[in-house]
Design a protein around this ligand. Structure first.
Ligand code: NI
Length: 137
């Protein structure tokens, strides 16, 4: 893909702050940091625009809570077209970590994540929104 150069007018102080951020995050240059910002925005648009997207739902829960594992499994089966794979880690005597890789329409994924995170006994849950990568060439 050919690269294009473009000029941007920006306040000096804003650019200085951005450049400090670029260094702190370990980017090789400002251009790569700007490309990442643009891609991040495009991924957000994919999630809003009904595109097929990819996500990872992480859940930390206490497996002693009555019925929690059956409930987690039931919801994942209800959403089986979206659930790609689930990894389960026994963190300690009480706590489990479940990592659910999902793919589908953004709204459906968000709905699934909300259901799982809302289950009683889930101590922390998060949806990481990412992309199939197909539209970010
Ligand atoms: Ni476990």
């Amino acid at each position: 893909m050919p690269l294009v150069r473009f000029g941007v007018s920006i306040e000096q102080e804003l650019l200085a702050r951005f450049d400090r951020e670029v260094v702190a995050r370990g980017y090789v240059n400002r251009s790569e940091a700007i490309r990442d910002l643009i891609r991040e925005r495009l991924v957000q648009e994919e999630w809003r625009g009904g595109e097929e997207v990819v996500g990872v739902i992480t859940l930390v829960y206490d497996h002693h809570v009555r019925g929690i594992e059956a409930r987690l499994t039931e919801i994942q089966h209800q959403h089986h077209p979206q659930v790609l794979s689930t990894m389960h880690v026994h963190l300690d005597h009480d706590n489990c970590l479940e990592v659910v890789a999902v793919k589908g329409e953004g709204e459906r994924i968000a709905e699934l994540a909300a259901k799982l995170i809302g289950i009683r006994g889930v101590r922390h849950g998060r949806l990481t929104a990412t992309t199939t990568g197909r539209r970010l060439k």
